[in-house]
Design a protein around this ligand. Structure first.
Ligand code: 6AU
Length: 264
């Protein structure tokens, strides 16, 4: 099972090159922190990416909330990713029929496939959304949403999780893992390939939630009790008065929790 193995060991069994790359990066840089930089201008996004870059394995974007996004924003993000050794995850949550999802991935103002290392997709359209994304020129990889952090989500239950796992197992070269909450407690946990990466949002050291349904847990709870590999932190970092030191604090909490898990 993935919980007892190091990121480095699991990188060797990953069937998706992007998963192997991320797991290796985490082991090398000793960080399992993904900063979710949900700000609305390119300048803020790039400034934050520069500040938190040394602490993170991944920077997550929502390009469609950035009011002045241009090709240069994506190119600059990739330059920072190379300089600081992190990967870029566009949190696009594709959820349409395959043909539309492929267009949304490749075309439009954002040309997501040209600058992101990977994206994510809901499983509601069924498995062909994965075939479609995979067919895009320059396609990276994708995570499937197996569970959400928001209160009242209807994406719940063993059957839903099992569908996500089955879709991943049918495309192990392109699906790098899951966005999830409690993979350690899944009924099918023992059948989950250790080469998948589990990325968990809804993480805060200070808050329990917001006014619109977000629910938070701590890095320790997520990694040790719930089986997360990567903790995704948004407002806990970009909402702090000093994003640089906040990212260092979350990095330390996440890594300590991972080391504790390996000792169990
Ligand atoms: O730390 P926050 O609450 O400021 O930000 C959490 C980030 C946001 C959400 O769009 C995203 O994580 N997210 C996701 C993802 C990553 O797919 C899924 C989910 O269930 N909950 C969630 O918050 O950018």
């Amino acid at each position: 099972k993935w919980l007892a193995q190091s990121y480095g060991t699991r990188a060797k069994s990953a069937k998706c090159p992007a998963a192997a790359n991320l797991l290796e990066l985490m082991e090398r840089k000793k960080t399992n922190l993904c900063a979710s930089l949900d700000v609305t201008t390119s300048a803020e996004l790039l400034k934050l990416a520069e500040e938190v870059g040394p602490q993170v394995c991944c920077v997550k974007t929502h390009c469609d909330v950035v009011s002045d996004w241009t090709e240069a924003t994506g190119a600059e993000l990739q330059r920072l990713a190379k300089a600081h050794d992190f990967v870029v995850f566009e949190d696009r949550k594709f959820a349409d029929i395959g043909n539309t999802a492929a267009l949304q991935y490749e075309c439009g103002l954002h040309k997501i496939s040209s600058w992101s290392d990977f994206v994510n997709a809901h499983i509601t359209p069924g498995p062909f959304v994965i075939d479609a994304l995979k067919g895009v020129k320059g396609a990276g990889a994708c995570l499937l949403l197996a569970e959400m952090s928001s209160k009242g989500t209807v994406a719940t239950g063993d059957a839903y999780v099992k569908s996500a796992l089955d879709m991943a197992d049918a495309h192990p070269d392109f699906v790098m893992g899951f966005i999830d909450q409690t993979p350690k407690n899944w009924k099918c946990a023992k059948d989950v390939d250790p080469g998948y990466v589990h990325m968990t949002p809804g993480i805060s050291l200070a808050s329990k939630g917001d006014k619109v349904g977000q629910q938070y847990t701590t890095p320790h709870m997520a990694i040790v009790d719930n089986g997360a590999d990567v903790v995704i932190v948004g407002r806990g970092i970009y909402g702090a008065s000093d994003a640089k030191s906040a990212s260092a604090e979350y990095r330390e909490a996440g890594w300590k929790a991972y080391e504790a898990r390996l000792q169990m």
